[in-house]
Each structure stands twice: as C-alpha cells, then as structure tokens.
Write a protein that binds this ligand. Structure first.
Ligand SMILES: [Zn+2]
Ligand SMILES: [Zn+2]
Length: 328
C-alpha cells in the first residue's frame, strides 16, 4: 500500500483546506526514474531554446510548422479522445482497430504508457483534490505558499515523486486487454517513432540534413513539450482558476478555463468533465468549443464509434450550480 493510499484511508477527516497527510512524507523517486523523467521533460525545453536560436533572423520554415501542427493534432487527439475519453472513462465504444490506433497515437505524446496513464487518471477522479489524488494543487494546503507549491506539484512535480498507482487496482480492464498490453510495452519504441517521423519527413521534403534537424526540433521536441505542458496545465490550472458552473463531488475544485480550450482539444472544460466524467463532450455549454467531442461525433458517423455518451440537456441542467438537484 502506498503512502497516498494509507493517507486516503483517513480522507474522511480532510477539511478541504489543510495540507494532505502525505505532503509531509515526500519520497523522492529512484535516480533512474528521476533521470529519465528529467530527460523527457527538460530536453524538449532545451530544444526550444536551440530552435529559437537557429530560427533567429531567418524564421522557421512552413514545413516545420505544418509538420508540428499535424503531429500535435494526431498525438493530442490520441491522448484526449483515446487515453482519456475512450480508455479511462469509456465515454464511447470504439472499433478494435480504432481503439489501437488511438492508443498508439496517445503513446506518441510522451506522457507515459497507456495503462499507467489511465490508472493515474482514474485515481485522480477517485480522490479529486483530496488526500490520495496523485496531482492535486491543494496537496500543500490552500494558503498562498501551499497553493503555489501545490501548483508546481500538480503541473510537474508529481512526476518526480515515488507514488506508484497500481494498475492492477485502477486499470484491470486494460491489463486484461492483450492489444493494450502490447501498446503499453511498445511505449519506448513509439516515443522514438514520434521523434523519428518528423526527422525523416523533414529530410524527405527538404533533402537536407539541416531541414531534417529543424523538423526534428519543431515537429519533434517542441511539439512534444507544448502538448505536455497543455496537458499538465489541465491538471494544475484547471483545478485552481476558471469558472465552476457545475456541481462536482465534495472538495473537487475542477474549473473551466476557456483560453486553453482549443490547444487542449476541449479538455480545459474541466469542471464540465468532472461533473459527469463519462460524458463524451466536456464543453457542455453553448459556444464551448470541444474538438475532441467533434472528432468522436465524426467517428460515430463513420460507424467506428458507438454507444457514445452524449450530454443530456435535462441532466446537465440539474447539475448546474444554483439549481435544485433532486429528481436525479
Ligand atoms: Zn481533474
Ligand atoms: Zn477524466
């Protein structure tokens, strides 16, 4: 049993403002874990600095930006539609082939293997903003210092802590799925492919090694860094700032943050999501752009997705803050 889980045992005593019990017992991860994680999160940033230096005065090529955009969309939707809405929350049923394609695309986003990602995210929903949550910005209390430290923890710090989420408990369905086990095992190879593709495409298009390297920087490392920080911002910012139009569980402080809607493919309508986690659409109100939901709708029309949990207007309205909730 991990420290977080022991702490979760006494979560009934949590008052909503104090530091979590496990905050006192931060156990750093092993050196190999820290080294690998640091490489994964620091290298793309170093690449950004190098790329800006290289681009200075001559601009970045349209090829680099287009390749970056295409890979950002493919890997981003792999995470949001595949890892999150399909595999974590079962908000629709995908054809077996689409399920694998989405899991592969998400794995190329450098956010961990599919089974661990799903396990951690389900644990986040089970203990949202309470002791036991793997990445809550309220871990160190809700005072100013604790809040800032908590934001850093929720954004990035949690990746560096030894706090394993047992997949046997949180994702037994995926462990029992041979295809998903294979995709999870292929995670390192898929990360390599995610960087090799832009390098090779840059080489093929420009015919020069320089073109291959700038494509590798922009459409490889920088694209990875941007998607990582957008995803992590949903974990950090979307539990601290923004609107909370819908009722969620006690202590759950998920919020809707519109500026991130497009870049996060609709995931920043996080209060809408936490209010009904299995719903395929997170942007529940008019004008809340949700590209992931649009893509799921497209899959449904193509016959690749079925049993889609679309929002039900009456049910949504009952969950709106200030409306009576009886009659559910
Ligand atoms: Zn959340
Ligand atoms: Zn979720």
């Amino acid at each position: 049993m991990t420290i977080s889980e022991q702490a979760a045992g006494c979560r009934q005593d949590y008052d909503g403002t104090s530091p979590f019990p496990e905050a006192k017992e931060h156990v750093p991860a092993g050196w190999v874990h820290i080294g690998l994680t640091a490489a994964i999160v620091v290298l793309p940033f170093v690449a950004l600095a190098v790329a800006i230096f290289l681009a200075w005065g001559q601009g970045v090529t349209l090829t680099d930006l287009l390749l970056a955009a295409v890979l950002y969309v493919l890997t981003g939707l792999g995470v949001t539609v595949g890892f999150h809405r399909l595999l974590t929350h079962a908000s629709f049923i995908a054809s077996p082939r689409l399920r694998v394609v989405l899991a592969v695309a998400g794995s190329m986003g450098f956010q961990g293997n599919v089974i661990d990602w799903v396990a951690v995210h389900r644990r986040h929903h089970a203990f949202t903003d309470r002791p036991g949550d793997p990445h809550s910005p309220y871990r160190y209390g809700s005072g100013l210092r604790g809040q800032l430290r908590g934001l850093a923890h929720a954004h990035l710090g949690w990746l560096f802590a030894e706090d394993r989420t047992p997949a046997e408990r949180y994702a037994p369905d995926l462990l029992a799925d041979l295809a998903m086990r294979r995709v999870a095992r292929a995670f390192p190879a898929l990360c390599a492919l995610s960087l090799a593709l832009p390098f090779l495409a840059g080489w093929a298009i420009t015919g020069t090694l320089y073109g291959a390297l700038t494509a590798f920087l922009w459409a490889g490392l920088i694209r990875v860094a941007l998607l990582q920080h957008v995803t992590w911002s949903v974990n950090s910012l979307c539990h601290v700032i923004g609107a909370r139009p819908f009722k969620t569980r006690r202590h759950d402080r998920s919020s809707n943050l519109w500026p991130l809607a497009l870049l996060s493919f609709g995931e920043s309508w996080h209060n809408g999501h936490h209010s009904e986690p299995s719903c395929a659409r997170h942007g529940l109100d008019r004008g809340q752009i949700d590209p992931s939901a649009t893509v799921i709708g497209l899959f449904e029309r193509l016959g690749w997705a079925s049993n889609v949990h679309w929002p039900d207007h009456e049910r949504t309205e009952r969950r709106r803050v200030g409306r009576p909730s009886h009659g559910r």
